[in-house]
Design a protein around this ligand. Sequence first.
Ligand SMILES: Cc1cc2nc3c(=O)[nH]c(=O)nc-3n(C[C@H](O)[C@H](O)[C@H](O)COP(=O)(O)OP(=O)(O)OC[C@H]3O[C@@H](n4cnc5c(N)ncnc54)[C@H](O)[C@@H]3O)c2cc1C
Length: 389
Amino acid sequence: MAFEIPLADDHRDLRDAVRSLCADFPAEYWRRVDDARAYPEAFVTALTAAGWLSALIPEEYGGSGLGFTEASIILEEINRAGGNSGACHGQMYNMSTLLRAGSAEQKKEYLPKIASGELRIQSMAVTEPTTGSDTTKLKTTAVRKGDRYVVNGQKVWTSRLQHSDYMILLARTTPVDQVRKKSEGLSVFLVDVKAALAGGMTVQPIRNMVNHETNEVFFDDVEVPVENLIGEEGQGFRYILQGLNAERTLIAAECIGDGYWFVDKAVAYGNERKVFGRPIGQNQGIQFPIAQAYANIEAASLMRYKAAWLHDNGKPCGAEANMAKLLAADASWQAANACLQTHGGFGFAAEFDVERKFRETRLYQVAPISSNLILAYLGEHTLGLPRSY
Ligand SMILES: Cc1cc2nc3c(=O)[nH]c(=O)nc-3n(C[C@H](O)[C@H](O)[C@H](O)COP(=O)(O)OP(=O)(O)OC[C@H]3O[C@@H](n4cnc5c(N)ncnc54)[C@H](O)[C@@H]3O)c2cc1C
């Protein structure tokens, strides 16, 4: 089967359905949530009830069984409507580690509950304060003692933990000096958040630039039952990596949604605002950056579709997923700047929503992977240059 680029009218029903749900959560809703640094609970509940967050769970486990193209469109539409998928995108893709590497019993036990929203698995704890992007050097350990693993260490930027029943945790089960490759000896666990909180895990929220619920997490002899190990011990890094291509493709779609939101907002204001007796959008200095941003978003969207198609068809998509994320994050950031500049001083006023979306889209330059690390990946793995890190 050859790759066909979806046209604007393809997936119309899907786009309309997500748009219609998002229309119940207008700009005032997101502004209020942002202002209060609250969690958009009503929105996440509605999205779950409508089945959009279970898009990637196969029908046999109660999900919608959609592909990555469709899942990406759902997240794109949320951000395009002025919302912030970052509040709940983990619920859509964190379960993919379980789906790919989990045992039949684990899948049967958890996936239907995740699909219905009875269980939230919004959190994935990988990043650590002292090792950052150098993931395989992470220092959190999980040592097997009988029928449990005992976890010690610290994570940082663990998002949505306070709105999760389970968290995906990456920890070292074999010391790095005892493995052939540093990517070996890491394992993935499904951690019951409530049980961990009662048994030695502490959580310290990080106040940050966006309304993103994220935390420092400390593990002090936290016990995790062996049946909560996902897949084979020592192979966890591989499982997480497999999921990252999906995550990057979906995050690219969020950036694309943001990008369209900024362009629409800038066009509307450029047509409406009159200075020197004419619409500001008539000036090339205002018009061209918006047009450039639009072109970049459209191009990034094509790479997103290609990455999603490759993923859906079981083909390698590392380069495309990374490029989609890189191009889309850059395009949305450029659109954000054009939109803010178009609004002049009003771009800074909260009631215009531009400053909120500006902050939200800036994050994608850094998380879930920084642009430099994507370039390093492409340089080494796609172009065959020497490893730069
Ligand atoms: C709001 C937010 C939410 C997040 N949510 C999660 C989450 O849920 N789970 C989770 O595990 N993590 C999460 N993260 C962490 C995120 O994935 C990391 O911040 C990101 O991967 C970068 O790692 P770092 O912050 O440690 O930066 P560092 O690794 O310290 O890097 C700092 C800067 O140096 C650059 N750099 C480092 N090494 C090189 C090199 N060799 N070449 C060129 N440049 C280099 C990086 O690109 C970056 O710009 C979140 C972060 C934020 C801000």
